[in-house]
Design a protein. Structure first.
Length: 364
């Protein structure tokens, strides 16, 4: 059985890079793209920052006030409101280019995608390297953007490789090179391993992937549970069987608000969620869409996030159903909620057109 060849393409500091395209005079200056809240002033969080800003420890997720403090001595620092419609337009153009280079194309987000190129390369890594460079060149020529590409035999290693030489990198890891590539890397490069898991490993004297290799699968299962333990055991050995699956950008409607005050009070959150339900339902009526998936999101006081979602049996455009399910999700989310909630969001997806199935009340 021939090896598969998978690209992971990840755009460098995507939102800030989009702003540099719109205004080339920003190049070389610290550029910080922000999501400002409704509370006014510098309330809100950093969406992304270019590498010049990152040199001053400005990164995604930190409060805008912290970012401004860290760049206070740089008069050239620029803080911009996020323009997601513009970023989505740039992303669509980028995805259209990438799709032409893939046997199978899997959209991940505005700034990243997986490409299976096994057939067009005849599973030849040298040929894959040439195609990856051609892809990078075309994106640079047509969009004036850089991206980093990881090339390997599975999604896991290609994703780790795409982050290895940022920005504007191209890293190719052949199957026989995987273990030598992984061993010296820090544990956090494994997708899904966060700060808590890293601390547990450090307590056991593990900082690098090669340190984790001494644990057998039973020890890891005991420490992290069967699912997570098995995943870690395989991941540190470069084993991953997830396939690149055709996936286009998900069409969804969403709204998110910054609460007047941080809270985890059920009544207060319910009142705000009801407003979101009304706003989202108005969009579905305007666009003549039904939905099958409903999700809510918390952005907590420490800027961490929490989501809950539910798939309905049948599509609907009922505001009553939307509110009922949203409130159920809110109760579930609050069940073990320790942090105060700063922002509250509502999303619907799995959209279909209304075709003669309008609510009967629309006739009166």
């Amino acid at each position: 059985m021939k090896n598969r060849i998978v690209f992971h393409v990840d755009f460098d500091y995507f939102y800030a890079q989009c702003e540099e395209i719109r205004n080339p005079q920003l190049k070389g200056k610290p550029v910080v793209v922000c999501i400002f809240s409704d509370r006014g002033g510098d309330s809100g969080a950093v969406a992304t920052a270019n590498y010049t800003a990152r040199e001053s420890a400005v990164k995604s997720g930190i409060p805008i006030a912290f970012a401004k403090s860290r760049l206070k001595d740089n008069p050239e620092a620029v803080f911009l409101h996020a323009d997601f419609d513009y970023y989505s337009d740039i992303s669509s153009s980028a995805m259209s280019i990438m799709e032409r280079f893939a046997d199978i194309f899997e959209y991940v987000g505005r700034d990243e995608a997986y490409l299976d190129v096994t057939n067009r390369t005849d599973a030849d890594f040298e040929r894959a390297g040439h195609i990856a460079q051609q892809l990078k060149n075309e994106i640079q020529q047509k969009l004036k953007m850089t991206c980093s590409v990881g090339v390997s035999s599975n999604k896991l290693i290609s994703k780790i490789a795409s982050d290895y030489k940022k920005p504007d990198g191209l890293t190719i890891i052949k199957p026989e090179e995987i273990m030598a590539f992984l061993k010296p890397l820090g544990i956090r490069v494994i997708p899904g391993i966060g700060g808590k898991t890293e601390l547990l490993f450090r307590d056991s004297g593990c900082e690098k992937i090669e340190d984790v290799l001494r644990f057998d699968v039973f020890e890891l299962n005991k420490k992290f549970g069967r699912k997570n333990g098995t995943y870690i055991y395989n991941a540190v050995r470069g084993i991953h069987d997830g396939q690149v699956r055709p996936k286009a950008p998900t069409v969804q409607f969403s709204k998110i608000i910054t609460l007047k005050e941080n809270s985890k009070n059920l009544q207060f959150l319910s009142d705000n969620l009801k407003i979101l339900c009304e706003q989202i339902h108005a969009i579905t009526m305007e666009k003549q869409k039904m939905f099958r998936s409903i999700g809510i999101q918390f952005v907590n006081e420490d800027l961490s996030t929490k989501t809950k979602s539910k798939m309905l049996k049948n599509p609907t455009n009922s505001e009553v159903e939307l509110e009922k399910v949203s409130m159920q999700l809110l109760l579930e989310a609050l069940d073990d909620q320790e942090l105060m909630v700063r922002r509250l969001g509502l999303r619907i997806s799995e959209l279909t057109d209304v075709r003669g199935q309008s609510d009967i009340t629309s006739y009166f």
